[in-house]
Design a protein. Structure first.
Length: 592
């Protein structure tokens, strides 16, 4: 027996020697590595499963090392550790915008500022001012113009546009519809003889009204955009990301991009030049001659899939445009738009429900191909009829290729009935929504569609209560100002609108659909991380996750509710590096 015990002890000696050496002869081996940065004296909203709050956190290189009390975190600070005193500021995970268009936004005001137009008089005055700045015959284009956002809530008439710009072609581009003047009609060769579904005409005279749908945009013969060198474009793009950093945005989803875009983002990330992480949807574009079989082959030919990439640039969903937009009367609704819409948008078909770009069978073929290839799928889908159609297809695909783990989504949605919400909950379909559309457009939608149908407009409370995961985004496309953009990208303005259900015109619409501050923050952090399959990397402030975080200018949880919309980032960190610091923080750092 003694011999057996001795043999066992001798076998353990090498291991015991290693342990002895590590803990007694190697003084640093039994101590945690020092932090590269610590943030003390903060109100750390971890956004973990219990929404716990800490005082301090430590960062080691690009990731969070520890979260805890000031006393605990101070122990991790050594000689080379950078110490930041939060001074009581609220610290939150880096914010994620689930849907915007950074490339388009970056270029939107490079050549000239786009005014913040609120009334018809302001619009006409701006157009007239442009005629004195541009040579006769040169195009005057207002990108992403939506006349339902004017105080008058009407489109300008052909005669009004002609009066202020008789010799300049004018195009008010509303994405899925637009308005042009007589000079533009002449340049495009559009007359009463023109037969085109995208050209709207007066039912009595058969003359074009000037209102056109997106399918007719190709007729306009617009001047080509100014050409930038690759370096100029990259600099403009990176500058736009810096603007996002000022509002605490550390990650985003580029809503409609291609492989060239992904290659650029990946390279910029590898070169250490990105200040925002990019998750990118792959857009499938269709025109009047594109066959669905070609789109299916495009999916099958892709040599990447959802989730490919790295911490800086990653592939998202395959995406299609299913219908039009609510602001041009082209969203595909569950029932006809109605008399008020006919008056506002200028169409005369009482059965008109909007446009839909795919039949059920066509959409089924595309979604099935994506599911077979293990892609996440998403669709631009602004009307309730389009929501129902997409859910019909999702349900059918789910019978063969279960989709819950693929986190399929509906982008925009806008109109979700209780029945649609229940179907989404059962399928695990995410609602990729933009509060800017409520803030900017709820008043117009209520006036156009009436009190009954507005009950289903961006119903955040109902979605959350049903267990649907809601993503927060902006759909930012045009203008650089965070709160005055065509679709504002200020996440705190968006959260305020969801919390108070207050619009830009100071109406409170469907207050019963309001959500809490914690739920709003959850949308822009953990929920959006889930949507991109990155919940283990970001979305909350926990050890091991990326050190993407924001020091805020105000107490998000406890400040008066009206102040939420005015919150800014005082400091933004991405991967443990400071990418933005306010003037106040700069002064504080200089005084240390």
């Amino acid at each position: 027996m003694k011999s057996k015990l001795a043999h066992t002890f001798r076998a353990l000696i090498p291991g015991l020697l290693i342990v002895f050496t590590m803990f007694f002869l190697c003084p640093s081996c039994n101590k945690p590595e020092p932090a590269s940065m610590v943030i003390l004296n903060g109100k750390i909203l971890t956004v973990d499963s219990t929404f716990s709050i800490a005082e301090a956190l430590a960062i080691r290189d690009s990731k969070i090392l520890a979260v805890g009390s000031n006393k605990e975190i101070r122990k991790l600070a050594k000689g080379q550790t950078r110490v930041i005193d939060a001074g009581g500021r609220t610290v939150i995970p880096g914010l994620i915008d689930a849907h915007l268009h950074p490339g388009m936004a970056a270029l939107s005001e490079l050549e000239e500022a786009i005014p913040d137009i609120r009334s018809m008089d302001e619009l006409l005055a701006w157009i007239e001012s442009q005629t004195s700045l541009k040579e006769e015959g040169k195009w005057i284009v207002f990108p992403k113009f939506f006349f339902t956002r004017l105080v008058e809530m009407r489109q300008p008439s052909l005669s009004e546009l002609d009066l202020v710009a008789p010799r300049h072609p004018v195009f008010l581009n509303g994405s899925f519809g637009g308005m042009i003047n007589s000079a533009a009609l002449q340049v495009a060769g559009i007359s009463e003889k023109t037969v085109h579904p995208g050209v709207l005409k007066d039912e009595l005279t058969a003359k074009p009204t000037g209102f056109i749908r997106a399918s007719a945009f190709s007729l306009l013969k617009l001047a080509p955009p100014s050409q930038l060198s690759p370096e100029e474009y990259e600099n403009a793009f990176l500058d736009m990301l810096k603007r996002y950093n000022q509002y605490g945005i550390t990650s985003l989803c580029s809503g409609a991009d291609d492989l060239d875009g992904f290659a650029l983002y990946k390279r910029l990330g590898e070169e250490g030049r990105l200040s925002v992480r990019i998750h990118q949807n792959m857009i499938l574009r269709r025109n009047s001659t594109t066959k669905v079989s070609a789109l299916v082959e495009e999916i099958r030919a892709l040599d990447c899939k959802t989730g490919d990439g790295d911490e800086w640039a990653r592939i998202g969903a395959v995406k299609v445009f299913l219908d039009g937009g609510i602001l041009t009367g082209t969203a595909y609704l569950r029932e006809p738009w109605g008399e008020k819409a006919e008056e506002v948008y200028g169409f005369d078909d009482t059965a008109y429900r909007g446009i839909v770009n795919y039949s059920r069978d066509e959409l089924l073929e595309i979604v099935s191909a994506a599911a077979e290839r293990d892609w996440k799928f998403a669709a631009h889908c602004t009307g309730g009829g389009a929501v129902d159609l997409l859910l019909d297809v999702y349900e059918e695909v789910n019978r063969i290729h279960p989709i819950r783990d693929r986190r399929f989504s509906i982008i925009h949605g806008n109109f979700f009935t209780p029945q649609a919400i229940q179907r989404m909950s059962e399928l695990g379909v995410y609602a990729d929504m933009q509060a800017a559309w409520f803030y900017k457009d709820a008043d117009a939608m209520r006036a156009i569609l009436g009190e009954e149908r507005i009950r289903h407009f961006l119903p955040y409370r109902s979605l959350i209560d049903a267990g649907v995961l809601v993503n927060g985004g902006s759909d930012h496309m045009v203008k650089w100002d965070a709160s005055a953009s065509i679709n504002p990208y200020n996440p705190f303005l968006a959260m305020w609108a969801m919390i108070t259900r207050t619009t830009e015109r100071n109406s409170v619409i469907l207050p019963g659909e309001a959500i809490t501050r914690m739920e709003a923050l959850q949308m822009y952090t953990n929920n959006n991380a889930h949507a991109s399959f990155e919940e283990e990397l970001k979305g909350s402030l926990l050890p091991g996750k990326l050190a993407d975080l924001v020091l805020l200018s105000d107490d998000f949880l406890n400040c008066p509710v009206e102040r939420i919309r005015d919150i800014r980032a005082d400091m933004t960190l991405v991967g443990g590096k400071i990418v933005y610091r306010s003037a106040d923080m700069e002064q504080a750092a200089a005084g240390q």
